[in-house]
Design a protein around this ligand. Structure first.
Ligand SMILES: *Cc1c(COP(=O)(O)O)cnc(C)c1O
Length: 430
């Protein structure tokens, strides 16, 4: 049994030949941590094991990136904690192309003069949504913030009480409104709001009407809210803009999610939506709509702070270029959403044949605040509950759900190739 006095100094430990190749600074830091842990082990009456091996493992761990790829076996397609939408090949190819060299990000090639980063995607977004103008910022929260700041700062914004939602991680519509400098005027009740409620709340201070997609919840039963066209009629009568925060923004209709094109046709003046929900692209916020309003957003000082980076724009352009193609299987989120259950079950069966375990019917979810009531029939391979933790801590980490004393590896959110990786991870974890 080792005692504290048997522990080497940092210098002595680093003289071990197994550490000869390691760079000095990281090795010293790792050795300090390993010796600290060894001291605790000894004091707790345990053997500390090989210190040199521990230092090597510590250096390895430090070298590993912290932001890492994981395998999503949860069956939640747009998993906010797991980076939302995986990118398509088309999007990734554009990121590599634009990111690995210089680009015309803010250069107008025709004129040979300074250009705007906002000019690249606007024509495509207008074509896809029927809008007059478009703008891209960092995420949809930024899009809403910018729209409110540019159009309603110091004035009133009318919102239904049924739409004062929290999207997650503390993003609450009333707080965003407050940060934009606009004042919230609530109308209606949680479950019922009528067009007349909006009309009654209007005053000379009103800057715009805001409609917010209910996103991650639904009010069912005794509930009512005006159709968008009806609300647009109120807005038009009073010459006020109607801003529609759609959240998900599926370009192709999915379930009961409204598309930006439908929203604009129904009379919304501006529509905002996310790039990495049902669109299946990078984190981004898109604003489409009336040219004069988009121009006010573009000229607002916050636009400079909230604008999207070139890699985002490249990935979004790549996503949009295939978004309206009927073969949506190229966009991972849409492929997972539409894949037939038989195909998912085939993967679960192959996984079960590789690792043992039972194939079980499960229910996958869209996630990301989209289609909260939609249950996607899915299939999982069920294995022992104790595997969940080692799978999460393995390489690559596999994230899964534990239910009824078993770990479920849902195959709707895993690709064919990932099945082999999960199988290897399960073998390593046992
Ligand atoms: C998700 C969502 C947002 C926030 O979008 P991010 O892209 O996550 O910033 C805003 N409004 C609604 C209705 C949403 O569903």
């Amino acid at each position: 049994m080792k005692s504290l006095r048997d522990l080497p100094s940092i210098d002595e430990l680093l003289r071990d030949e197994r550490l000869a190749e390691e760079p000095h600074r990281p090795a010293v830091e790792a050795a300090r941590r390993v010796l600290e842990r060894a001291r605790e082990e000894i004091q707790a009456g345990r053997e500390p094991g090989s210190l040199a091996d521990a230092v090597r493992a510590e250096i390895e761990a430090q070298r590993r990136p912290r932001l890492r790829r994981v395998l999503n076996a949860t069956g939640v397609l747009i998993h906010t904690n797991l980076g939302r939408a995986p990118l398509s090949e088309a999007a990734l190819a554009r990121v590599v192309e634009v990111g690995s060299g210089y680009s015309n990000l803010e250069y107008d090639l025709d004129r040979g003069a300074r250009g705007s980063r906002q000019d690249h995607l606007a024509p495509l977004l207008c074509r896809l949504t029927g809008a007059e103008a478009a703008l891209v910022v960092n995420n949809n929260a930024a899009a809403v913030l910018l729209a409110l700041a540019a159009l309603a700062e110091g004035r009133e914004v009318v919102v239904s009480r049924g739409e004062l939602i929290e999207i997650g991680d503390g993003f609450r519509i009333p707080d965003v409104l407050a940060s934009s400098g606009a004042r919230l005027v609530e109308v209606g009740t949680t479950n019922r709001t009528r067009a007349a409620d909006y009309e009654r709340a209007l005053s000379p201070e009103t800057a715009l009407l805001l409609r917010v997609h209910q996103s991650n919840f639904r009010v069912v039963g005794f509930s009512e809210r005006p159709g968008l066209a009806e609300l647009a009629e109120v807005a038009r009568r009073h010459e006020l803009p109607l801003v529609d925060d759609l959240g998900s923004g599926a370009l192709v209709s999915v379930g009961d999610e409204p598309t930006p094109a439908e929203s604009l046709r129904a009379g919304a003046d501006l529509v905002t939506f996310s790039g990495d929900k049902l669109l299946g692209g990078p984190q981004a916020g898109v604003v489409v709509g009336r040219g004069d309003l988009v121009e006010r957003l573009r000229r607002h000082p916050l636009q400079r702070a909230l604008r999207a980076d070139k890699l985002t724009l490249a990935a979004l352009e790549g996503t949009l270029s295939i978004a309206l193609d009927a073969t949506t299987a190229e966009i991972p989120v849409l492929r997972m959403l539409h894949e037939r259950l038989e195909r998912v079950r085939e993967r679960a069966e192959r996984l079960a044949s590789l690792i043992g375990g039972e194939v079980e019917e499960t229910v996958a979810k869209v996630g990301g605040g989209a289609l909260p009531l939609t249950e996607l029939p899915s299939a999982a391979c069920a294995v022992a509950e104790e595997l969940a933790e080692p799978l999460r801590l393995g390489e690559p980490p596999v994230i899964c759900l534990v239910r009824d004393g078993r770990t479920l590896l849902d195959c709707r959110t895993l690709t064919d190739e990932e099945i082999d990786e999960v199988a290897a991870a399960v073998h390593a974890a046992r």
